[in-house]
Design a protein around this ligand. Structure first.
Ligand code: FE
Length: 201
């Protein structure tokens, strides 16, 4: 099976984008204001705060959690998130027995609509190789010590499928509302290299 990771090195992508922008503006098909608005949207509106809302909703609403399990793309779309670099999403639920962690072994495929742009370490050759070969050691370096009996599942992203880890809901959060819960959901907890924060931590 061929693996498709349809995006090149950042430099090449930036160059192609700049060339395309120049042509479209020159032909009057696009204004620089429109382009600025798109860039602003990526910087301001796309980030781990979106994924955190998905996770918090799944924690408080069992029917939503079921829909997220059945069709993550649609369930994430219900909250208004989707599109480029997130067209097919799969949610991975952590349990006491199974911890999920996400990588792109070939490049840097990442679910932009729910997590924004990938952190530098996610794109590093060291993470991409080591999290597959020795996930438990890598997680320990990120500060996660999993029980010996917990199984670690490593998921390799592609341009076709992107993953969102649903971390375990921390203890002591029973009375908390959805918005407060979302504040406990870190970016790394949705990649699997972190856990959701405990309240008050
Ligand atoms: Fe990739």
């Amino acid at each position: 099976m061929t693996r498709d990771h349809r995006h090149g090195p950042d430099d090449e992508l930036a160059l192609r984008a700049a060339a395309l922008e120049a042509v479209l503006v020159e032909k009057g098909l696009l204004s620089t204001d429109q382009i600025d608005a798109i860039v602003e949207r990526y910087e301001r509106d796309l980030g781990p705060q979106n994924g955190a809302r998905v996770v918090a909703r799944a924690w408080v609403d069992p029917a939503y959690r079921d829909r997220l399990r059945a069709d993550a793309t649609a369930a994430i779309g219900e909250l208004g998130f989707g599109g480029f670099e997130g067209a097919t999403m799969v949610a991975l639920e952590n349990t006491p027995d199974v911890h999920n962690v996400v990588v792109c072994t070939l490049c840097s495929c990442y679910p932009w609509p729910v997590l924004g742009l990938p952190p530098t370490w996610y794109k590093s050759p060291a993470y991409r190789a080591r999290v597959v070969a020795e996930p438990r050691s890598v997680l320990r370096e990120f500060g996660i010590e999993l029980p010996a009996e917990a199984r670690i599942r490593v998921w390799d992203s592609t341009s076709e499928v992107r993953y969102l880890v649903v971390p375990q809901r921390p203890a002591g959060t029973e009375g908390m509302g959805e918005e407060a819960l979302a504040g406990l959901v870190t970016r790394d907890s949705m990649i699997g290299t972190g856990l959701a924060r405990s309240p008050g931590a």
